[in-house]
Design a protein around this ligand. Structure first.
Ligand SMILES: CC(C)(COP(=O)(O)OP(=O)(O)OC[C@H]1O[C@@H](n2cnc3c(N)ncnc32)[C@H](O)[C@@H]1OP(=O)(O)O)[C@@H](O)C(=O)NCCC(=O)NCCS
Length: 334
């Protein structure tokens, strides 16, 4: 799916993020699996990640993020009429985490549902909320991307445990007089789904599923390096912009080698690229809003700046969004 955002202007008016307190370093992981700090840093760029406490679930880390985004937008929670939570680790299959959050936040008039698109979930959810606002169905939407992948990792599997962390980010979307989202490109290839999956997590029978993420790292790497470039190029072409027009490039934070590859192929200068995978690992649906929070904190998210978001992940899925930023933002991380 690809398209320009015609019609009403819709933008991000509030941003908030949250990560669990507990820091797990690469050295901590060497106590659990056969790995080294050097291997992890060289192959992934990751130095540490945040890991939720035993009694911390997805909505516990989404709640402070959502409150911060609402506060920044100056939005009364009761005025939110749509909540979309992008995640693959909801508190439970149902009720949805979005319904639970709408209740906790005081949003009695909100439609609320969860969306599953792996690490691309946040970009998908923003595209959906944008369409609801542009079509006049929603007046003010809350979009949250978050995951607690630590809950579905096999902590004795060195190939996955070093890569992921927990975190969440939230944005408020509303109509604005000008600027905002310019276009989206979203895609999926279920044929590659088994390269990153959670067998036995739904109605399909698997013999003795262990409930842990399984990944073919090399195949996902190949897929990622391809779509991070093709999706970004597609949305830029669709919107009549070039990579030189981009002021802030926010790639999914999976692995610094994947980001470096995309930066080289796209020809985007490193100083325009947000990289924080070293401190959070891959937080799945939380990754892009957490990177936006870092961009906000160093003053890069200013009105008029062109921001390119590109994600990829389980599904396999990918997606890009192009935004002409409208609201100055700082202090997005709680
Ligand atoms: C996972 C990933 C970092 C592995 O890097 P790689 O360079 O492809 O490494 P390989 O899988 O080829 O493994 C190389 C060796 O390191 C070993 N290895 C794997 N994980 C290791 C770890 N944590 N510590 C030490 N050694 C490890 C392998 O067993 C292999 O050993 P062998 O050569 O004796 O068989 C890389 O494939 C990757 O980033 N893939 C994308 C994953 C991703 O982003 N997933 C989420 C998408 S949203």
């Amino acid at each position: 799916m690809i398209g320009r955002a015609n019609g009403a202007h819709v933008s991000i008016t509030g941003l908030g993020c949250h990560v669990p307190e507990r820091v797990v370093t690469n050295d901590d992981l060497t106590q659990l699996v056969d790995t080294t700090d050097e291997w992890i840093v060289e192959r992934t760029g990751i130095r540490e990640r945040r890991i939720a406490a035993d009694d911390e679930a997805l909505t516990d880390i989404c709640l402070p993020a959502a409150r911060r985004a609402l506060e920044m937008a100056g939005a009364d929670p009761a005025s939110i009429d749509l909540v979309v939570v992008a995640t693959v680790t909801p508190d439970m299959s149902f009720p949805s985490s979005s319904a639970l959050l709408a209740d906790s936040l005081g949003m009695p008039d909100a439609a609320a549902y969860d969306l599953s698109a792996g690490c691309t979930g946040f970009v998908y959810a923003v595209a959906q909320a944008h369409a609801m606002l542009a079509a006049g169905l929603s007046r003010r939407a809350l979009v949250i991307g978050g995951d607690v992948l630590s809950k579905i990792l096999d902590w004795s599997d060195r190939s996955t445990v070093v890569l992921f962390g927990d975190g969440a980010g939230a944005v408020v979307l509303e109509k604005v007089p000008e600027g905002g989202f310019l276009g989206f490109e979203l895609g999926a290839d279920g044929g590659g789904g088994a390269n990153l999956w959670l067998p036995g997590s739904g109605s399909r029978h698997f013999d003795d599923p262990d409930g842990f993420v399984k990944m073919n790292g090399r195949e996902v790497f190949k897929f990622a390096t391809r779509v991070m470039v093709s999706s970004a190029e597609a949305v830029l072409a669709e919107c009549g912009r070039s990579i030189d027009d981009v002021d802030v490039y926010v790639p999914h934070q999976a692995n610094v080698r994947i980001i470096d590859h995309a930066v080289r192929k796209l020809g985007v200068p490193g100083e325009k690229t947000i990289v924080n995978v070293h401190k959070y690992g891959n937080t799945s649906s939380g990754s892009i809003p957490l990177a936006l929070a870092d961009a906000a904190d160093d003053g890069r998210l200013r009105p008029g700046k062109l921001v390119l978001l590109t994600g990829m992940g389980a599904g396999l899925t990918w997606g890009s969004a192009l935004i002409e930023w409208t609201h100055p933002m700082t202090g997005a991380l709680v």
